[in-house]
Design a protein around this ligand. Structure first.
Ligand code: ADP
Length: 918
């Protein structure tokens, strides 16, 4: 026996040393000379996996089940050897998005769902309780063994019954440690460098202590492994204890290996250490081999200690205490004390990290979101919430340890360490489907994860927790033996009559079956919200995008001031100041308070906040100041892709139907046009024959008179001949113009399109028609700009138009010498406009469009024959439109008609000439 005061002094000294190391670690971190920037420290801190379960329980398990305990090491070893595929991805995501806990991780993956983070936190807390109880039990037990039951009782005697318990004091001390180092400050990245350093140190201590006992047993008590096993054989120790084999078949081995593979990822404390606390992704490559090596070394002497314990100690001694009792039996009290310290460090390491991890979850994912939702607390309006956050965390640590203690008191006397530990593992394993599925399967949905986790957790409670409660006497054992309410197929350890599996495999089978089944099933048939899609892409494609700044599509707005205030509220002024200065420096921008924050600044704010209040709450907070939603580019593309598929389809339909409609309309129009052309043709033929007949008739009748009347007066005869000549001239002109119009309308004819000098052409046209003006004693006034102006046209055709218009104008002006025709050219938008106005009869409003039809001649009021052909204006319009211009009639300011012609300046897609059949 070791005097209890010695144990107390040693323990306190040890814990004091831990405090010192943690303090030193934090200080170094503050000075920027971080101790944890070292793969060795990182690996050793991961060894927090080895708790007092490993330290004491592995030997206990080996003593009864042989090398089965190895599975607990094989799982993590496999997981770390395959680090490239899973661990690396989780580390990358956790660092990029400042994930603070496994609850945060899973909730973030599924659209930053508060519901999910609450659920995960509850499961994690429930699952960790047995594990913490296990540590308390181990420490208390080891103390009692070392000091002797009487001494332990004496130490507790003066205290009231409830707290007269070593485990209580252990719990209290651990709560203190957790508070002191886990919640010294609210750090955005949730790094606890001091704690990590201390935990790494503890991993060294427990390893050395265990090795010391192992070496003493193997080489001090015996002559090495061979000798030890040889003697064991002769002492009649069952060979299964120290030879590899699976007496119960591979089932339990497989489930335990799977379980421990999941545990190394999903236990809240492992998640905290491996993913949250890591400062450098590259450390993982060292841990990948060093951590398995650590596990190998620490398991080296498990079987020798177990076997020696079975040999030297009377049967009935708890195998879970062999690490202490074997040295004690050899009078090695110093060694036993050292082993006690090793066990103490294994237990404290686990408890401290687990409580920090849980308190982070409880405050970030449970309490904070709840408080933020309670409106009348007006938390969002409070200036500084860091104090409140710290208080919540501290309270959470105390609560977690208290619950662990309660669990210990409730079930402490029953069950081996390993069994309690496996209960915890199985709870944590319920996170695996949502976590791993979420890493590799974009289609996994929030509803799937929630349903799977809830069902898995329920199954765990029924098949594992319930029997352990029953065995502790809290429930009737009948439930386990005969099923709930005596219904046989409801037996918790043989659901639906499945009694071929061991209880652990059985529990794992049912919980995973329900969990994975619901997760996959609900995901396959469910839909994702846009936010879920964003997060799915962000997680699954984490390696496809740059470290932090995923391309974001800007859809929210907030001012720099708002965001600053938000960070200040949760992280304090100093942090806010630092973060914004760093951002300004990094991006080379300045951030005046009133400026609109860009997407990246919003993302930074959310990340920073996520570090202290969790992703889900951070999202709520940022959303409270920013309007709108942020969606990654990939996500938008995906959403667009889907929507556009639908749109495209309906568009195609629409297009098809409009196409059809169009074709029908075109057909109808073509038909109408054909009919119209047919009618026009008939009309034209009748008009033309009429038009041609008129001059022909007069030619013929006058010719007949000349022929029939031989002795016609010479004067008479020459008048008739004159008529005949004029009429045949008219006939020729008519036929010429008809042919010309037909050519134009058919689109034939050689057009020499080129820049033509407008002024010159007008002057030429004036010269040609000068005779007509002289005949009528009319005046032609040209108002042309001083400089030459090119228009894009065919020169001869343009001339034809002007000559026609001028001769029309002069035809209708008064004959008494007051006749005036005015020609002017002016720029008119991108074209030139030529107007030819006269002081003649003018054209009535209703005739202004009609005169451009063939053969239309407005009868003169005096009944005089109109002369002309009625084809001049149609031909002119045809030509002008071919140039791309327009021609129309208005009132002239001088009283008569004014014909306006526009002509483009440059090459212009000519409106296609209306081709009408002739
Ligand atoms: P025509 O060569 O017979 O004059 P147009 O096609 O050139 O044929 O003109 C058609 C009709 O438009 C003319 O018969 C005439 O009634 C009317 N018209 C054309 N120009 C003028 C004008 N400047 N003043 C009055 N009426 C005009």
């Amino acid at each position: 026996m070791v005097p209890s005061w010695v144990i107390l002094v040693v323990s306190l000294t040890y814990v004091g040393t831990l405090f010192g190391i943690a303090w030193w670690g934090d200080r170094r971190a503050e000075q920027g000379r971080s101790l944890v920037r070292n793969p060795l420290v990182y690996t050793l801190s991961i060894a927090v996996y080895c708790t007092s379960w490993t330290f004491y329980g592995a030997v206990g398990s080996a003593a009864s089940n042989g090398p089965e305990f190895l599975t607990i090491y094989v799982g993590p070893t496999l997981m770390f050897l395959a680090w490239w595929f899973i661990l690396r991805k989780i580390v990358r995501i956790t660092r990029a998005h400042r994930i603070t806990s496994i609850a945060d991780f899973i909730a973030s993956r599924y659209g930053k769902s508060t519901q999910l983070s609450v659920l995960v936190t509850l499961v994690a807390t429930a699952g960790t309780m047995p594990y913490i109880a296990l540590q308390l039990k181990a420490v208390a037990q080891s103390f009692t063994i070392l000091a002797g039951p009487d001494a332990a009782a004496a130490l507790n005697a003066p205290l009231p019954q409830v707290i007269a318990d070593t485990a209580f004091w252990v719990a209290l001390a651990m709560a203190l440690f957790g508070i002191l180092f886990g919640t010294r400050h609210i750090d955005a990245s949730e790094h606890h460098e001091g704690v990590v350093t201390a935990v790494a140190f503890e991993s060294v201590v427990k390893l050395l202590a265990f090795l010391a006992v192992g070496v003493f047993v193997t080489f001090g008590m015996y002559d090495g492994f061979g000798d030890l096993f040889e003697r064991a054989r002769t002492a009649g120790i069952p060979a299964e204890t120290f030879t590899l084999g699976m007496p119960d078949g591979p089932g339990r081995w497989v489930s335990m290996t799977l379980l421990s593979m999941c545990a190394i990822l999903c236990l809240p404390r492992q998640f905290q250490i491996t993913f949250v606390e890591t400062v450098d992704e590259r450390h993982l490559s060292t841990a990948a081999w060093l951590f398995p090596l650590y596990l190998l070394v620490i398991s080296l002497f498990v079987v020798p200690i177990a076997v020696s314990g079975l040999m030297v100690l009377p049967s009935g001694v708890d195998a879970d205490s062999f690490v202490l009792t074997v040295p004690l039996s050899q009078g090695q009290e110093g060694l036993a004390l050292m082993a006690f310290v090793g066990g103490l460090s294994a237990a404290t390491g686990m408890v401290i990290v687990a409580t920090i991890a849980l308190s982070t979850m409880v405050s970030n994912d449970l309490v904070m979101p709840a408080l933020l939702r309670i409106r009348w607390l007006r938390l969002t309006e409070r200036g500084d919430l860091t104090g409140l956050l710290l208080f919540i965390r501290r309270a959470a640590i105390v609560a977690v340890l208290f619950l662990g203690y309660v669990y210990y008191r409730a079930t402490g006397q029953s069950g081996a360490l390993a069994a309690i530990g496996l209960t915890s593992f199985a709870a944590a394993a319920q996170f695996a489907p949502a976590m791993l599925g979420g890493l590799f399967w974009k289609g996994a949905t929030r509803s799937g994860a929630v349903t799977g986790l809830a069902l898995g957790f329920a199954a765990w409670g029924y098949t594992m927790l319930l029997p352990s409660m029953a065995r502790s006497g809290y429930l009737s054992i009948d439930v386990v033996l005969h099923g709930l309410g005596g219904i046989g197929w409801l037996r918790p350890e043989a659901l639906l009559g499945m009694d071929t599996l061991d209880p652990l495999s059985h529990a794992l089978f049912w919980s995973w079956l329900l969990n994975i089944g619901a997760f996959v099933g609900v995901s396959l048939f469910g839909r994702q919200s846009p936010m879920e899609r964003v997060q799915a892409t962000v997680f699954v494609d984490v390696f496809k995008r740059s470290e932090t700044a995923a391309p974001q599509v800007w859809r929210r707005s907030a001012t720099v001031k708002d965001l600053y205030a938000l960070i200040q509220q949760f992280l304090g002024r100093a942090t806010a100041h630092r973060a914004f200065r760093a951002y300004e420096k990094e991006h080379g921008v300045s951030l005046p308070p009133g400026r609109e924050a860009d997407a990246e600044l919003l993302a930074m704010t959310e990340r920073l906040l996520a570090g202290s209040i969790g992703g889900a709450s951070a999202r709520v907070m940022v959303a409270s100041v920013a309007k709108g939603e942020m969606v990654s580019l990939d996500e938008v593309l995906k959403i667009l892709e889907e929507t556009s598929q639908v749109i495209e389809y309906s568009q195609r339909l629409e297009q098809k139907s409009t196409e059809l409609e169009q074709t029908t309309a075109e057909l109808r129009e073509a038909n109408r046009r054909l009919k119209e052309l047919d009618r026009l043709k008939d009309e034209f033929l009748s008009t033309i024959s009429h038009e041609l007949r008129t001059p022909l008739t007069s030619i013929r009748s006058f010719s007949e008179i000349l022929v029939d009347t031989p002795n016609l007066e010479a004067e008479q005869a020459s008048r008739f001949l004159g008529i005949i000549v004029r009429e045949s001239e008219r006939l020729t002109r008519l036929i010429d113009q008809l042919l010309d119009l037909a050519r134009l309308q058919a689109g034939h004819g050689d057009w020499i399109m080129e820049p033509v000098d407008l002024d010159k052409t007008l002057e030429d046209a004036a010269a040609i028609t000068a005779g007509l003006f002289a005949d009528k004693q009319a005046r032609l006034i040209l108002r042309l700009p001083p400089h030459p102006h090119p228009v894009f046209a065919d020169r001869d055709r343009l001339m034809q138009v002007f000559v026609n218009l001028l001769s029309n104008a002069v035809k209708y002006v008064p004959e008494d010498g007051t006749g005036r025709v005015m020609v002017s050219a002016l720029p008119y938008g991108p074209t030139w406009m030529v107007t030819i106005s006269d002081n003649g009869l003018g054209i009535a409003r209703e005739d202004r469009e009609r005169v451009f039809d063939r053969f239309v001649q407005v009868p003169r009021p005096d009944g005089a024959p109109p002369g002309g052909t009625g084809l001049g204006l149609p031909i002119s319009r045809q030509i002008v439109e071919h140039f791309g211009g327009r021609i129309w009639v208005e009132d002239a300011p001088t009283g008569g008609a004014m014909v306006c012609v526009t002509l483009p300046v440059t090459r212009h897609a000519a409106t296609p000439p209306r081709s009408e059949a002739l």
